[in-house]
Write a protein that binds this ligand. Structure first.
Ligand code: AMP
Ligand code: ZN
Length: 105
């Protein structure tokens, strides 16, 4: 499997990383759709929202906590931001490694 986000996790592909811990990593989107456009992903490869399992519930909640933390750091928390998760092609998913878009500014 050749996954660009797994390659970023493994540091085999470059990205502007803003946050990382043992379960997740956040980096700037390469083609920003807003002044702040950050992607928050699990380190482990999960293809789509449909592959989220019962035991992943804490991990998914963790991604949302990281997103709001970054929103605060970026100064957009009070003004407002969007969290977007696209699932499969008709929703516009192009990278099949689960990711939460943080959009704001
Ligand atoms: P989606 O359409 O939800 O699958 O979003 C995929 C996002 O990943 C898009 O906003 C792309 O601009 C972004 N993207 C693709 N490749 C990279 C990369 N190498 N580094 C950072 N962001 C990327
Ligand atoms: Zn992956």
């Amino acid at each position: 499997m050749d996954c660009i986000f797994c390659r970023i996790v493994e540091k085999k592909a470059q990205a502007k990383i803003l946050y990382e811990d043992e379960r997740s990593i956040a980096f700037e989107d390469i083609a920003p759709q807003a002044p702040v456009h950050v992607l928050i992903i699990p380190r482990r490869h999960i293809s789509t929202a449909l592959e989220i399992r019962e035991e992943d519930k804490d991990l998914i909640g963790h991604l949302f906590l990281i997103a709001s933390k970054i929103a605060s750091e970026k100064g957009i928390a009070e003004r407002g931001f969007r969290l977007v998760l696209n699932c499969n092609r008709e929703a516009g998913q192009t990278v099949f490694h689960l990711h939460l878009h943080l959009l704001g500014g």
